[in-house]
Design a protein around this ligand. Sequence first.
Ligand code: HEM
Length: 130
Amino acid sequence: MAKPDLDNPDRIRQFVEAFYDKLLVDERLAPIFLDVANVDIREHFPRIQAYWEKLLLGENNYKRHTMNIHRQLHDKRELRSADFDQWLAYFLETVDEHFAGEKAERAKRVASQIATNMHKALERDSGKPL
Ligand code: HEM
């Protein structure tokens, strides 16, 4: 059967759950979420969902400063090239495992672009390759 597209809030919620199933057991990335940032998943998930609803569905219920949040995180634990590569690999893998279509392609493109830009911005701030 054809995979669904990432085109409504319920599918975005399923995507976020499947993506974090990977992130939160990865030995490189899980400690960044659980120990460094000490995230409360009950607060974090709705924010990630709202973020992707904004980028994919044009909803306007996410109004936080994602770059500054990652800058603060980076000050506590440097976010390096290998971290971004692994984060993005799980993102692309999760989309491809469960979804297909125009929004699914858009999600992968946008995530790749933002990851690249975020990494470059952190490198610029720090004045060295990360
Ligand atoms: C090395 C790669 C990344 C790591 C390890 C990472 C880790 C984290 C962590 C630990 C938080 C929680 C921060 C906190 O609450 O203090 C967070 C928040 C978030 N991340 Fe990332 N992240 C990465 C890349 C990205 C990228 C590329 C995007 C976007 C495409 C993204 C989107 C978000 C969003 C939307 C939030 C929620 C911020 C909020 O509280 O409003 N992250 N990330």
